[in-house]
Ligand binder design. Structure first.
Ligand code: PLP
Length: 339
């Protein structure tokens, strides 16, 4: 690789050293199956319990409210399908969500629609934020679930999940949030924010791919995603991916501890990049300038295809430009040197 800059951390992130170091023993000498009763197994079981505890604490949840999954997509699927199932038992077959959710949410809702659920997809305002009023006005007697993401994965805008949670709690409707982009970037407190279910994915905060977690408030019946053994309190069978789980807990702990300082540093870089790029004629910032993830910049360059610009940038080596180049692609590259 040349001196390329990776600017796609909303898609995935690099494994942190903290995660890597935490994982190494579990790729080597600690290899027992947590379901085994001997000490090899019990050492592994203890580690899983500790990882669950770490993640629970960081979300202000109870340890037995955390379920390990294969990632954000599975967590979203399990949360929505479970809440829909619980609702259907009471004759409630209406679900509220937004138009710009991740496909893991939208496609699950599409499937439920085929199974007879009615889905209300709320509009997102020009600033990239769903209005609490719209959620409130859409709740009906037969609403089983509201699922609105914490921060959008494309334009990075932050949704008022605490306020939405309060409305849902008051109306007795389950509230799920896809917090995959928010985890490690924004404070999460499932109790204070009245969140019933919440999805996170490890590879978005410097841990391995293929592992995630679902927080599910005690008392909400979770559907079984994989039948088999008693892992994850019978809700998801299969021998646990211990190295990945350990790595996720270590990385989540680190990103949450550094959240404050990262926010200051990264949002300052974000603002500088936006302020520079917005000077290019026909450039539009997508989403509110400040109610967005610290590391998110999302712009439209009118008349220029996103894919073309991406491929052009990808093909370029980084070079220093003494005077601002005219072409947006060159200018974006140059911006990285002007911070
Ligand atoms: C990445 C992402 C997901 C999917 O997570 P995976 O672990 O890749 O399945 C879901 N929701 C959002 C908002 C995401 O950014």
């Amino acid at each position: 690789m040349t001196n390329k800059i990776y600017a796609d951390n909303a898609a995935t992130t690099r494994l942190s050293n903290a995660a890597k170091q935490a994982m190494l023993p579990y790729l080597d000498e600690i290899y027992g199956n947590p379901s085994s009763l001997h000490s090899f197994g019990q050492d592994a079981a203890k580690t899983i319990h500790e990882s669950r505890e770490t993640i629970a604490k960081l979300l202000n949840a109870n340890t037995n409210e955390i379920y390990f999954t294969s990632g954000g997509s599975e967590s979203d699927n399990q949360a929505i399908i479970s809440a829909a199932g619980a609702g259907a038992m009471k004759g409630k077959k209406h679900i509220i969500s937004s138009k710009f959710e991740h496909h893991a949410v939208l496609h699950t809702l599409k499937r439920l629609k085929k199974e007879g659920f009615e889905i209300t997809l709320l509009d997102v305002c020009h600033d990239g934020i769903v209005r609490v009023e719209d959620v409130k006005n859409s709740i009906r007697e037969d609403t089983a679930l509201v699922t609105i993401m914490y921060a959008n994965n494309e334009i990075g805008t932050i949704q008022p999940v605490g306020e939405i949670g309060a409305v849902c709690r008051e109306r007795g409707v389950f509230f799920h949030t896809d917090a995959v982009q928010a985890a490690g970037q924004l404070p999460i407190d499932v109790k204070a924010q009245n969140i019933d279910m919440l999805s996170i994915s490890a590879h978005k905060f410097h841990s391995p791919k293929g592992v995630g977690a679902l927080y599910c408030k005690k008392g909400i019946p979770l559907s079984i995603m994989i039948e088999g053994g008693a892992q994850e309190r019978g809700k998801r069978a299969g021998t646990e991916n211990i190295p990945a789980i350990v790595g996720m807990a270590a990385a989540f702990d680190e990103t949450c501890r550094k959240m404050g300082i990262n926010k200051l540093y990264i949002s300052a870089l974000r603002d500088k990049l936006i302020d520079g790029l917005i000077n290019i004629p026909h450039t539009i910032l997508n989403g509110d300038k400040f109610e967005r993830l610290p590391g998110n910049v999302n712009l439209c360059f009118e008349g220029i295809e996103g894919e073309s610009l991406l491929l052009l940038l990808n093909a370029q080596e980084l070079r220093y430009y003494p005077v601002p180049p005219a072409h947006p692609a060159r200018l974006i590259q140059a911006m990285f040197y002007w911070r």
